[in-house]
Write a protein that binds this ligand. Structure first.
Ligand code: DC
Length: 242
């Protein structure tokens, strides 16, 4: 029996160590890069922001005031939130068995999610659930506290950075594709506001807050292929084939 426990903990540690932790501010390219890495390295991809967004959806639907921290945490504690992967690079979030992923980028969630993600009790509960996902098998995980808190054991940690202007331009492009009539100035202001609101707790929003040992990649003047190639190189160096 003791042998079994020891073996399991080795497997768990190995999975956590082989994960890729990606952090960075909003619109720094975490999802695009993370998905590409997952495809190339045959790993699953998980964008942890989706969990904070799903909690926010549940709070809104329950009519709870997002600043009522005990009520939010009580709801989360009883929330039937599950993650499924129809494809390894396409995580889906289920609330009470229903796939809510397509609804998680809506304007109401966008406006409220920072209020939910700043609640420490919410964070510790979601960090616990995110670690549980990564102990099953190695994944590429993206967020704001992955290298510093969720997957401290990961051997490959990446911090993706880009200037506020570049990130706003990227976000504007995405919003135009979605058919939204956004302006650059509005998106720039929203990007700045999001950085400010997300800059609490153990989160890495600025490069000085990156996890120790993280590779900081300044993506301003780099194409996606070059960024991905540097991440793959880091991963292979940190996790040589056995
Ligand atoms: O990356 P995103 O825009 O989907 O994140 C949504 C919100 O969740 C945003 O307020 C940042 C927060 N978040 C976080 O605090 N920690 C994470 N690991 C992931 C997201």
């Amino acid at each position: 029996m003791w042998g079994d426990v020891g073996r399991r903990s080795t497997i768990t540690d190995d999975a956590l160590q082989r994960c890729i932790a990606i952090d960075g501010p909003t619109a720094s390219g975490k999802s695009v890069v993370g998905r590409a890495l997952a495809d190339l390295l045959h790993l699953g991809f998980f964008d942890t922001g989706l969990m904070y967004r799903a909690c926010t959806l549940a709070v809104i639907e329950a009519g709870i005031d997002p600043v009522d921290e005990p009520a939010v945490f009580h709801l989360l504690h009883h929330l039937d939130l599950d993650v499924r992967w129809p494809e390894p690079n396409d995580p889906r979030i289920l609330l009470a068995g229903v796939d809510v992923t397509p609804r998680l980028r809506g304007a109401a969630i966008e406006q409220t999610v920072s209020l939910i993600s700043r609640i420490e009790d919410v964070r510790s509960e979601l960090v616990r659930r995110q670690r549980a996902i990564a102990t099953r098998e190695p994944v590429v995980m993206a967020g704001r506290d992955i290298g510093t808190r969720v997957l401290v054991e990961a051997r490959a940690k990446i911090f993706l950075d880009a200037s506020t202007d570049t990130r706003a331009r990227r976000r504007l492009g995405e919003e135009r594709v979605e058919g939204r009539d956004s302006t650059f100035d509005a998106v720039l202001a929203a990007t700045r506001r999001r950085d400010e609101l997300d800059n609490t707790g153990h989160r890495a929003i600025h490069r000085e807050q990156a996890a120790e040992g993280a590779l900081i990649i300044d993506t301003d003047a780099m194409g996606i292929d070059e960024v991905v190639a540097r991440c793959v190189e880091l991963y292979r160096r940190a996790n040589p084939a056995k």
